[in-house]
Write a new protein. Structure first.
Ligand code: AHR
Length: 501
């Protein structure tokens, strides 16, 4: 039997709520249809935002939303998306599917969406094809309250009060779609562009995110920090608050990717093995960050992660629309446990993407909406937001071997909230075998407050006709004995157990 020992006297870092963040790009049916349908739509909406989608997202306590891209960010010119909608520019979204972008969702609409969601704002600026002036004016437009050309323009466009930008990304994937730059060149541009991302209101500081590496490009991380480090050796707050990292799981590699729903057991383990690779990435990039920033003032911001499969048959290849199965639930559970376990360095993460694109939490079709298995995992894990990570150790847990992949059979993370409630999230990675788990605590007497599970046959998923095939259900396969919890984890499951004194 595997054993999970929780040392609840050993408290670690606070788990930033932002680790449970999301990402919405002008890509396929994420923004248009998925979130924004316009005020005149028959689909119930508030100021153009779908009511069903907003309500569902509020239930998972979405903490922060990144917008407008992605690759789209480095082609986005914000002035195209303000003012009367009928005069906004129409253009082709060259990057994603070649469809018409009518700019009806712009800056005002983004802040309205975040207001409805009650979440923090993460705006990604354009370094690849935009100027310093354009970026600087955007920040002025959004956040300056006094008299100035951009603040006046915002007021003319109907918004008197300055908004709050919580996070601002200085470019996106500047090693690729954001300009194909070399790291030292981008690092110099970062120094320059960030200078003009001004915090106008000291009560509302803007946290700046520097564009980080693709997957295992450790050279990028090292060079960017090297070039910026001499400028601000202490990484004084206001120069660089975060460094991003992007990593996607492509089961069969970048070229083939693989089907979202049609896969064999080997591919199940390959996918989960690739999800587990996030741990190595976080640790190796962190080790480089530690050399320049031993006090961990700069957060690692994994602002794009998730599964990336071949698109659903018959859909626009540029729309990146894919189904979401129990396999995705496991990828989410594994990855979120890794982020929790590294809460001292990982300060934000944004699942790609929120609705209808890649590993979405929600899928829509007309006026219908369905919650994916990934959604239910985010709902279970929401209890970790803002809680304190506890030291935990898994022993007597076997390794599952499949082809070149060796996977732990179970992964975990454990946190304690302000009320002393302990949340344990564990995953059984086996596609076939039930696992028994003994859970013990170093101190205190606890009882189970609540427990839930997301599980199913490995290909199981929700459709518009059968939206409740994979849902979060009450979990009762446990007993308490001598202060320990004995749980039986079904194959392919994500389980949450909450303990209270
Ligand atoms: O999320 C889809 C795309 O993946 C983003 O636009 C880009 O940043 C990344 O390559």
């Amino acid at each position: 039997m595997a054993k999970l020992h929780i040392n609840n006297s050993k408290k670690k870092a606070v788990i930033a709520p932002e680790i449970y963040g999301h990402f919405s790009e002008h890509l396929g049916r994420c923004i248009y249809e998925g979130i924004y349908v316009g005020e005149d739509s028959d689909i119930p909406n508030v100021n153009g935002m779908r009511k069903d989608v907003v309500e569902a997202l509020k239930e998972i306590q979405i903490p922060v939303l990144r917008w407008p891209g992605g690759c789209f960010a480095d082609e986005y010119h914000w002035k195209d998306g303000i003012g009367p909608k009928e005069t906004r520019k129409k253009m082709i979204n060259t990057h994603w599917g070649g469809v018409v972008e009518d700019n009806s969702f712009g800056t005002h609409e983004f802040f309205e969406l975040c207001r409805q969601l009650g979440c923090k704002t993460y705006i990604n600026g354009n370094v690849g094809s935009g100027t310093v002036q354009e970026m600087s004016e955007w920040v002025e437009y959004m956040t300056f309250q006094g008299v100035s050309p951009m603040a006046d323009l915002r007021k003319e466009n109907g918004h008197e009060d300055a908004w709050k930008i919580d996070y601002f990304g200085v470019g996106n994937e500047n090693w690729g779609c954001g300009g194909n730059m070399r790291p030292s060149y981008y690092a110099d541009l970062y120094r320059r562009y960030q200078t003009y991302v001004r915090t106008y209101d000291a009560q509302k500081p803007i946290k700046k995110i520097c564009g980080g590496a693709n997957v295992a490009d450790y050279e990028w991380t090292k060079t960017v920090l090297d070039v910026t480090h001499d400028h601000a050796p202490d990484f004084v707050h206001g120069f660089m608050d975060g460094l991003s990292l992007h990593y996607y799981v492509h089961p069969e590699g970048w070229d083939i990717k693989g089907s979202a729903t049609d896969f064999d057991e080997k591919c199940w383990y390959k996918t989960l093995g690739k999800a587990l690779y996030m741990q190595e990435l976080v640790e190796r990039h962190s080790a480089i960050m530690d050399q320049y920033d031993p006090e961990k003032k700069i957060g690692m911001v994994v602002d794009e992660w998730g599964t990336w499969y071949t698109v659903e048959p018959g859909t626009n290849p540029g729309f990146l629309y894919q189904q979401n199965t129990v396999r995705d639930a496991l990828v989410a559970g594994i990855t979120l446990n890794i982020f929790n376990q590294h809460a001292d360095r990982v300060k934000m993460a944004n699942l790609a993407q929120m609705v209808n694109v890649l590993q979405s939490v929600l899928l829509t079709e007309g006026d219908k909406m369905v919650k994916t298995p990934t959604y239910h995992v985010f709902h279970m894990y929401r209890h970790h937001q803002g809680a304190t990570l506890l030291s935990s150790e898994l022993t007597d847990s076997d390794v599952i071997s499949s082809e070149e992949w060796n996977l732990p059979e179970i992964t975990d993370s454990v946190s304690e909230n302000e009320d002393g409630i302990i949340t344990i999230t564990v995953n059984n990675l086996s596609a076939t075998d039930t696992k028994d788990l003994e859970i013990s605590l170093a101190e205190g007497e606890y009882h189970v407050l609540e427990a839930s599970i997301v599980t199913g046959e490995i290909h199981a998923h929700n459709t518009f006709d059968a939206p409740e095939t994979v849902v979060e259900k009450a979990f009762d396969r446990y007993r308490m004995e001598n202060g320990k919890v004995y749980a039986t984890l079904p194959a392919a499951s994500v389980v949450m157990i909450r303990l209270q004194k």
